[in-house]
Design a protein around this ligand. Structure first.
Ligand code: G6P
Length: 489
């Protein structure tokens, strides 16, 4: 059979995600400039020798004309990317609406938006219709590029409807789906009007993966309680067909961060930062400006610490990098002004003519600047209210071999399950507790810091993104083979 004939080391992997790992800027009618975003996922998948990865997703720009679409597709093909073109209305209803205003907050335990809960079932329904339509558009593109034997790996909450669409095209397609956010308790998931339809579409996949065992367990419970299906140690069974469900905790490409610290520009930048903040301990937060990240709560905890520890006021600084995100969604706009207001108030209260306690940036930093910052930090504050994994905590640890700084980490981030033993774990809602943990971190002995760092550094070095991707894909291949054997018995 052709499927078997393709040597394993040349297996193609189609990675389907809402967003392609590129930023595209239009330079003319038929010309585009592309920049590949060298994030963790990209380097993870490029690093896996056994398969040849291609990306399918939205390029993040509106391209209404055919000339532009053709030119962009051509430019993207060189980067092994295949675009899905979504018009503005679909983006509004599917991406801003259903994905980021409904699923994202719900999966992070922030509930459904009030307006939708009350009257506007029409708006909910039209957003869900757009979500399904968008997922169907992704499926059309996958189907067009699919070759027998390919592995199709769907990513995240944007594409929960995709496994079903793909299996309708071709029931033999090997389909995996991975969620990068938490999957909430079934009691939360059951409030979603489209709860059953989404679960059923995900179950069409052969393998369903999550970052932690708890998220996998919540998903299986949702399927048993809401759909009445049978949960087994392997996954979920429906009329003899098994959907395998398991945990695959992601990691980072730690060597990339470790190597960056040897780059002369980075060393120079670290030197400048050390001089700039000489005599003060550096605390760092790096987050997308998202309500799940708990930025206001973190800043309020820092204020409480300053309030209660007058002797530290001129000896510590908090650098908060808040990367703007999803700026068309009103909730995100509100959060930006809320954070600005709190930062302004605290700097007004504790600042002097020459120094302020909080430096807040509304932008991202380039990779090298970020590495330098991680390396000079004494205490990192990752206080997400909920977070699928949170790789900032991993990146910080990877850059701390020299300094052995302290990680304060929310117990509601997936990373708490892997870095919990080395970090100071906190409940981010408890501002008193977070303020106390800041004191504990700043006063920690070098011996204790070393011990905690060793644990975390070892974990970050040995659980890489590449290993994560390899494990998921080989498990998907095995799952499909096992299912075929079961049927042929
Ligand atoms: C989270 C999601 C990703 C998403 C990223 C950035 O990490 O799990 O799927 O790509 O946020 O958000 P954006 O909406 O800009 O793609």
């Amino acid at each position: 059979e052709r499927q078997e004939a393709r040597p394993y080391n040349r297996q193609r992997l189609l990675v389907v995600a809402n967003r392609l790992p590129v930023s595209a800027v239009r330079r003319g009618e038929d010309s585009w400039s592309l920049e590949i975003s060298a994030g963790g996922l990209v380097s993870a998948l490029l690093g896996v020798k056994e398969f040849e990865a291609r990306w399918i997703g939205w390029a993040g720009v509106n391209v209404p004309d055919e000339v532009g679409q053709k030119a962009l597709s051509k430019a993207l093909a060189e980067k092994r990317c295949i675009p899905v073109f979504l018009d503005e209305e679909i983006v509004h209803q599917y991406y801003n609406g259903y994905c980021n205003n409904i699923l994202w907050p719900l999966f992070h335990y922030l509930g459904l938006p009030q307006e939708d809960r009350l009257a506007t079932t029409r708006s909910f329904q039209s957003q869900f219709a757009a979500y399904k339509k968008a997922n169907q558009m992704f499926a059309d593109v996958v189907n067009e590029h699919y070759e027998e034997g390919d592995v199709v790996w769907c990513h995240d909450y944007h594409l929960m409807f995709l496994p079903k669409c793909l299996k309708e095209y071709n029931s033999k397609m090997k389909v995996g789906w991975f969620l990068h956010t938490p999957f909430p308790s079934s009691e939360i998931h059951r409030t979603l009007p489209s709860r059953s339809e989404l679960l059923r579409s995900v179950l069409a996949a052969d393998l369903v993966g999550f970052h932690t065992y708890d998220y996998a367990r919540h998903f299986v419970s949702a399927c048993t309680r809401i759909l009445g299906l049978e949960g087994t140690p392997e996954g979920v069974e429906d009329q003899g067909r098994l959907t395998r469900v398991a945990a695959f905790p992601i990691g980072i490409d730690s060597e990339r961060f470790i190597r960056a610290l040897e780059v002369p520009d980075v060393i120079q930048h670290m030197k400048e930062l050390k001089e700039r903040f000489a005599g003060r301990k550096v605390m760092l937060g790096v987050d997308r400006l998202d309500m799940i990240k708990g930025i206001p709560q973190k800043i309020l905890a820092f204020e409480k610490f300053l309030e209660e520890n007058a002797s530290w006021r001129d000896k510590v600084v908090l650098l908060q990098i808040a990367v703007p995100t999803r700026t068309d969604v009103p909730e995100y706009q509100k959060l930006t002004s809320q954070v600005h207001e709190i930062v302004g108030r605290i700097n007004g209260r504790f600042g002097t003519l020459t120094a302020v306690p909080i430096h807040h940036l509304d932008r991202s930093l380039d990779f090298y600047a970020l590495c330098a910052l991680y390396a000079v930090t004494d205490v990192a504050l990752v206080t997400s209210l909920r977070d699928g994994m949170n790789l900032v905590s991993y990146e910080f640890v990877a850059c701390q071999e020299a300094k052995k700084g302290v990680l304060i980490l929310s117990e509601f981030a997936g990373a708490a399950q892997s870095l919990g033993a080395g970090a100071i774990l906190v409940n981010p809602w408890n501002i008193t507790e977070v303020a106390a943990s800041i004191g504990q971190a700043l006063n920690m002995t070098a011996e204790e810091r070393e011990k905690r760092h060793r644990h975390n550094f070892h974990h970050v070095k040995t659980h890489t993104a590449q290993e994560w991707a390899e494990t998921f894909v080989s498990e998907l291949n095995d799952t499909v083979i096992e299912a075929q054997l079961r049927i042929s018995k």
